[in-house]
Design a binder for this molecule. Sequence first.
Ligand SMILES: [Zn+2]
Length: 350
Amino acid sequence: MRRFLLPTALLIAIWLPLPVLAAPCMLVTLTGTMSGPALINGVAGAGTLVRYGDDSAGCGTTKLQFDAGRGTVLRLSQLNIDPGRLDAVFFTHMHSDHTEGFVDLLLARWNWSSSGAKVDVVCSSDVSSPLGFTMSCGKFVTHIGDAFVQSGEIAQRVSEDKRRLAGGPAELAHLITFEPRDEPQVVWTKGDVKVSAIRSTHVAGHASFRVDTPAGSVVIGGDASNDSPAPPRPTSTSAQVERLAQGAEVIVHSTMHPVMGPEHDSGMPPPVYYRQSLTSDLGAMAKRTGAKYLMLTHLAPQVRATHHGPYKVPGGALTEADYRAAAEAGGFTGTTIVGSDLATLRLPAQ
Ligand SMILES: [Zn+2]
């Protein structure tokens, strides 16, 4: 009888365990894709989670949350992420569709992780508008638990569990503010991870962020638009965001589809329309900066919605293809991801 023997080298290759490769990787997840305060079909408020680590740790040693709109903690729970484990939360600006989920997030951390580390909260220092108001992330964070202190709940829960901080959730926030500038500045670091910020325009105090890691770089534009508030202007996108995004693989950006423009009959007030970046202009910007991926989020209007809040979508609901076509009309030839909640991009791609 003939025997079929495998070559010795092949046998060794089969029996030896594969070496564990600790290659760096990054995950970019949209925790919410709603634009503005509108309520549409369970879509969560604006936010992006950036995780970085290596393969053996699920790319998740460092966890950074950018903006925290309505429902952020619920989306994080779907990813099995404990709010107590976030390293830092960054705010692009003080609009409730980007901030209201922070209350939930910090209350959850206070309830279950009061004795743990504080969470870094990184945002613009106070900025006063010539229109007579001041945007203050500092006050927002300092007063985040006030309603629950005033209701008596904080004292009641502290009486049940003395590990909870007596001052409420605000005591768990470590506020880090920066003066927004027209050039990138480093605002946060941890190990291999560096986060930079740049001033951008939408409302006073708006900033955009960039995360650099050995696995790649992602820019979080927020609601940025051009410093010129309305046409005539060369583009609706921000020159500062374009500077920040040079060479980054991924751009995550809020967008307005051109169909909502004043030349159609959406009813959207022109200033609301003009203070976002149009999808076609974002496609052009992503082409110029060399991005491989454009993740569209904060969609106005949402895909398959006939209205955006009180404003109708001229010509009927849009599809993902309509958004991709708009980005491509701007010249973008990379991959356009039309944002839905929990859409995730991995770098490097697998
Ligand atoms: Zn917004």
